[in-house]
Each structure stands twice: as structure tokens, then as C-alpha cells.
Design a protein around this ligand. Structure first.
Ligand code: FAD
Length: 408
């Protein structure tokens, strides 16, 4: 790993050093070790975000979900520790925030998505105090666990914004783990949990709904669909929801003692500003080759992509070898043969020790990794818990980020 300060030309420039950027850099080097690769990534640390649900449930420490970026960056890439500001897809260069420009033969766009904390009025100033928390931030997930432990009675609200969001099951996971703790402590009679969901269904793939519904009933959770959080008054402990009804929408106030918020999420603005976005501003990729639909020397993966898969690290685990394979083929003027089938996975932590393991591809088609006799994903199982709590963090840090392409 080295750093440079002038304009440079690379075989491959990768924007983002998160799950997608690091795993695809490693997968490329496994296939062609002499590639000149630049990774543009401003952050000092790399995060294993799937672990934040477990931090909020008191199972993982926050520190176990974070490593210095320098430790995960492949040694043979050039790391530019700054942001990509704009891409010029016609002239084939990336303009960086520090004023450098990087020319590329192939570009891989993997900057993740942007969580829009500011769109909910009053939220930012009350996060981390007044009982308001979110597992979607590294520094706040421990506060979720401290609130769960300290709450003895009252109203606990868990919100879910309109799709798309990363890990669509995560708003519910926080809720089930909290309810499981309160049930074991004998507090569920005094605590009233509610799931305030902007959507109209519990989960987008119907095969998993019966198992989740049984936990909604077990914990006595009130489900409030078509409820979109718009404002929070932390001091007064009141949340405001826009509730869609047949005769238009109305604002409904709900008092709370604990509020777990998942805010709306959007594509990074520079994608659309660089002419690479679809109608929603997400990276406009071919669903299978992961090549840009208008610029053949641009590819992408991860949460910034406009493909119709679940935005998860599990999706990235499957996308990364496809992108690496096709980028190498494209550099060598070969046809793109690798195809992504839309796999994504969401391990729903319905109680401590059991998980409903949703695994599905495009159009909600089930894509289980394991045979049913070993792990039936539509039922809560101990095997899926062991996978999430023990195996997957190891697979992530030791295999996926190092270009060892298991479990895909
Ligand atoms: P990220 O990993 O977010 O990385 C993006 C990187 O790009 C960051 O390092 C960022 O600093 C960098 N960047 C941003 N802008 C720029 C720029 N302009 N220039 C250069 N770099 C930039 N997935 C699962 O598979 N299973 C789960 O159980 C699961 N649970 C989750 C629970 C929570 C609470 C959260 C928040 C996520 C969860 N996920 C889960 C989702 C998973 O973490 C993401 O889908 C995955 O990290 C996406 O990878 P990515 O590379 O696209 O984005």
C-alpha cells in the first residue's frame, strides 16, 4: 500500500473501501496480481455493519465490528485517503476532494449509500439522549443496548422508513432482540412495543412472514403500517408520524419512552451528478453483469447500485467475484461471462439464539445456501444463529475481504 499526490493512471480505480470496495480489490488481485489498482476511501476505519444489530442486542462489543482501514486495505493497491467528488465518464477520470485526478481503464463504483438523518426534523440533536437511538450508527448501537436494559415500563417504538434501505430486516431485528430480553426479565407486561413501518407488510418476501408474525404475537407487538416518521421531540418524548389513509394522510403523535429510529436512505449525490444514475439516482447497472448500462468500462456493486437485490453484505459477497471476473475479462477484451442472480440475505434475529434466515434473489425467488434438512430459513433455527454469531464475522474478515470467495 502506498500514497501518491499527483495525477495518475490506473488499470482499475475503485471508489469506496467498504465491504464492496475491499472485497472486489482482493478478488481482482487474486485473478490478476499485476493490476495497478487505486482505492479511494476517506475513512480511517472499516466497519462490519451486520454486527451492529448484535451490539444493540448486547451480544457483540462495538470494537469487534471495526478495524483500522489500513489493516484491511490490500497491500498491493494504492490507497487515496480522500473522497471521490465527481466522475467524468467520457474522459475516464475521477476527481478527488484533495484536487487530484485519477485516470482509469476500468472504474468500480462502491461508495455505499447515504443515511439521511436530517430529513427527520429534530432527530439529529436528540440521537444518543432522551431514549432515542439507532443501530445504524456505530457509536449509537451500544446506547440501544443500554436503553433496553434500563427500560422497566412504558412505550417502545421501532421505526422503519420507506424502501430501499440497507438490510431491510434490521429495524425488526433490533425490536425482537429487545423484546426477547424484556420477556426474559418479566417486563413485557409493563412495556408496550410498537413497530411503526412506512411500508404495508412485515417483510417483502412472503415465505418469511409467518415465522416473523408468530414473534410479533409472542411479544405482543403492535404493528402500525403506513406510518412514516417525520419528526422527533426528544425532550417531550414524542414522535410524529405521517400516516397514509384512504382519504389522504394525517399527522399522528405517539409518545415514547424508547425510540429506535431507522431513517430514509439515498444514493450518494455524485453518482447522478456524474451522469451515472438511474431515475432514483442509484448507479445504473446491468442486473447480471454489474456493468454500467451506458459506460461499458464502469462497473459497480454494493448499496449504491440500482439493481433490485436486497442491499446487504451478503449480496456484496456474491457480487464481488462477478465484478472481478467481468472487469478482468473486459480488460482483456473477452466477453463478460459471470452473472449475478440477485442473491441477498437477511438474518432476522427473532430471539437470542434463534434466527429466521431470509435468503432470496431477484423477484423474491428463494435462494437458500443450505439444504432444508440442515437449515430451513423460513423457520427460526439455532443453526442460523450460530452462522450469524460465529461463522459470518469470520467469513467476512478472514475470507471475503481477502478475496477468498466462499459461500457464494
Ligand atoms: P459500505 O460497506 O457502507 O462502504 C462504503 C464505503 O465507501 C465507506 O467506507 C465510505 O467511507 C466510502 N465512501 C462513501 N462515499 C465515498 C466517496 N465519495 N468517495 C470514496 N469513498 C466513499 N448485511 C448483511 O449481509 N447481513 C446483515 O445482517 C446486515 N445487517 C446490517 C445491519 C445494520 C444496522 C446495517 C447498518 C447494515 C447491515 N447490513 C447487513 C448491510 C451491509 O452492511 C451493507 O449492505 C454493506 O456494508 C454494503 O457494502 P458497500 O461497500 O456498498 O457499502
Amino acid at each position: 500500500m502506498s500514497a501518491i499526490n499527483n495525477t495518475a493512471v490506473f488499470d482499475v480505480v475503485i471508489i469506496g473501501g467498504g465491504s464492496g470496495g475491499i472485497s472486489v480489490a482482493s478478488s481482482l488481485l487474486k485473478r490478476q496480481p499485476d493490476l495497478r489498482i487505486a482505492v479511494v476511501e476517506p475513512a480511517d476505519h472499516h466497519f462490519y455493519q451486520p454486527g451492529w444489530t448484535m451490539v444493540g442486542g448486547g451480544i457483540f462489543t462495538p470494537e469487534s465490528t471495526r478495524k483500522p482501514m489500513a489493516d484491511v486495505m490490500p497491500k498491493r493497491v494504492t490507497w487515496h485517503q480522500t473522497k471521490a467528488e465527481r466522475i467524468d465518464p467520457k474522459s475516464e477520470y475521477v476527481l478527488l476532494a484533495n484536487g487530484e485526478t485519477l485516470s482509469y481503464r476500468r472504474l468500480i463504483v462502491a461508495p455505499g449509500l447515504v443515511i439521511d438523518w436530517t430529513i427527520i426534523s429534530g432527530l439529529e440533536e436528540t440521537l444518543g439522549v432522551n431514549g432515542v437511538t439507532s443501530n445504524y450508527r456505530y457509536d449509537l448501537a451500544p446506547y440501544t443496548w443500554s436503553l433496553v436494559q434500563s427500560l422497566k415500563q412504558g412505550k417502545a417504538l421501532f421505526t422503519q422508513p420507506p424502501m430501499p434501505i440497507k438490510c431491510a430486516g434490521a429495524p425488526q431485528k433490533a425490536m425482537y432482540l429487545a423484546c426477547d430480553y424484556w420477556r426474559k426479565q418479566g417486563r413485557l407486561g409493563q412495556i408496550k412495543p410498537a413497530f411503526c413501518n412506512a411500508g404495508e407488510v412485515l417483510f417483502g418476501v412472503k415465505e418469511y412472514v409467518p415465522a416473523l408474525q408468530s414473534y410479533i404475537e409472542r411479544y405482543g407487538i403492535e404493528t402500525a403500517f403506513k406510518h412514516r416518521l417525520t419528526a422527533v421531540d426528544g425532550t417531550a418524548k414524542v414522535a410524529l408520524f405521517d400516516v397514509a389513509g384512504e382519504s389522504g394522510s394525517q399527522i399522528v403523535e405517539r409518545p415514547f419512552d424508547m425510540l429506535h429510529v431507522v431513517p430514509p436512505q439515498k444514493a450518494p449525490a455524485f453518482i447522478a451528478a456524474s451522469g451515472l444514475g438511474n431515475a432514483g439516482g442509484w448507479l445504473d447497472l446491468d442486473a447480471h453483469t454489474l456493468q454500467h448500462v451506458r459506460y461499458p468500462n464502469i462497473f459497480g456493486l454494493g448499496d449504491a447500485s440500482g439493481t433490485a437485490n436486497a442491499k446487504t453484505a451478503a449480496a456484496v459477497r456474491n457480487q464481488s467475484p462477478v465484478v472481478a471476473h467481468n472487469v478482468v475479462a473486459s480488460l482483456n477484451d473477452q466477453p463478460l461471462k459471470a452473472a449475478y442472480a440477485g442473491y441477498g440475505s437477511c438474518p432476522l434475529t427473532v430471539q437470542r439464539g434463534k434466527i429466521v434466515l431470509a435468503e432470496f434473489g431477484y423477484n423474491g425467488q428463494l435462494q437458500p445456501t443450505f439444504p432444508k434438512w440442515l437449515l430451513n430459513g423460513t423457520k427460526p433455527t439455532r443453526a442460523a444463529w450460530v452462522l450469524k454469531a460465529k461463522a459470518l464475522p469470520w467469513v467476512y474478515w478472514r475470507l471475503m475481504l481477502r478475496g477468498k470467495e466462499w459461500l457464494n
